[in-house]
Design a protein around this ligand. Structure first.
Ligand code: AHG
Ligand code: MN
Ligand code: MN
Length: 336
């Protein structure tokens, strides 16, 4: 069929979000505008990442300034692009970025109803060897009675209205949830559009892959040690799990979402709160995992229940297939 060889009905991410919006009569289109600015940032980073090696060698058109200053690092550059795109959307009040010590308060004339927390370039240590990296974001709606204060972003993850990530890998994939399931879109570079390629993603109930930096094992707590031991030496005689660890959260979580299994960055003796940041790493990924039918646990409770007190705080995290997280939960429960 010609229709199969050439798809003519393209579900772009904008069309998809507009469709969803029409289910909410009170919606004013603000979210669509906000999202299109996030998408713009992702396209910019995607293009910059794919040229990163080239840029180092010969410099990219327009990116060498007259003073001959050293080129901006990709994570700093990405951050600037997102901050500017989000402010100019006119739909945001407060922005929290991994790259900025302080939150950004949008000036009153440009303020809108949303607050965005994000990691513009996660996994940046992987840039120079061409391994997949990504952008992670979470979106809160400002409280009705609020002018926009830090409290609007110091809300538990379950209050997010949307979350997602964009992975800059062999293809550029944007995974999004607005609280009604999870959908994946792939950038068609010739169109410059994200097209729906992974409708209604569900994480497999069980999985055969575990993903963790095992180099930290010496400092792990007992439940983590026991869980990983069971992955390698299953007590029920089943075959051991496979280990996959890229060291880019976006890539490790993306694989976990599609293939099932568990991703963890546990607490250890040296980092009692683990490494990953609650607001813009743990929350968005936990939101997506729950929306896909999986779970996200901190070692003490549901990740999305954390009430953050500071914008850059960290939390241990275990997320992935329902059954896998269930097992780690029971190990922690038995340990108490
Ligand atoms: P970032 O590059 O934004 O600082 O974060 C990297 C994170 C995350 O992507 C990954 O899961 C984790 O660091 C890997 O940490 P280890 O090297 O300690 O395993
Ligand atoms: Mn990060
Ligand atoms: Mn980062």
């Amino acid at each position: 069929h010609a229709a199969e060889a050439h798809r003519t009905d393209l579900m772009t991410i904008t069309r998809f979000v507009l469709n969803e919006q029409s289910k909410h009569p009170e919606a004013r289109g603000d979210f669509t505008i906000l999202l299109s600015n996030i998408v713009l940032g992702c396209k910019f980073v995607c293009s910059a990442v794919s040229k990163a090696g080239l840029a180092k060698l010969i410099g990219l058109a327009g990116e060498i300034n007259v003073q001959g200053e050293e080129q901006k690092k990709l994570d700093v550059l990405s951050n600037e692009v997102f901050i500017k795109a989000l402010i100019s959307s006119g739909r945001t009040s407060i922005l929290v970025s991994e790259e900025n010590e302080q939150a950004t308060f949008v000036e009153p004339s440009k303020r809108g109803r949303y607050c965005v927390v994000f990691d513009p370039l996660d996994g940046s240590s992987n840039i120079d060897c061409g391994v997949s990296i990504g952008t992670i974001f979470g979106i809160y709606l400002r409280k009705d009675d609020s002018e926009g204060t830090l409290n609007d972003v110091l809300q538990p993850g379950k209050n997010m209205v949307a979350a997602g990530y964009c992975m800059y890998g062999s293809s550029c994939t944007l995974v999004l949830s607005t609280g009604t399931g999870v959908n994946g879109f792939t950038l068609d570079p010739s169109l410059g559009e994200f097209i729906l390629t992974h409708p209604d993603i569900k994480v497999p109930k069980k999985g055969k892959i575990y993903s963790v930096n095992e180099g930290n094992a010496k400092n792990w707590d007992e439940p983590t040690k026991k869980y990983v031991e069971r992955c390698k030496f299953p007590e029920d005689g089943s075959s051991p799990k496979s280990l996959r660890y890229i060291g880019s959260m976006v890539a490790d979580v993306h694989r976990t979402l599609l293939y099932g299994g568990i991703f963890m960055y546990p607490a250890d003796k040296k980092s009692p709160n683990g490494k990953l940041r609650t607001l813009y790493e743990v929350f968005p990924m936990s939101f997506l995992m729950e929306q896909a039918g999986g779970q996200a646990f901190t070692g003490t409770g549901r990740a999305l229940d954390i009430v953050p007190t500071t914008i850059h705080q960290r939390s241990p995290i275990f997320l992935g297939s329902f059954e896998e997280v269930e097992e780690i939960k029971s190990l922690y429960a038995a340990h108490e």
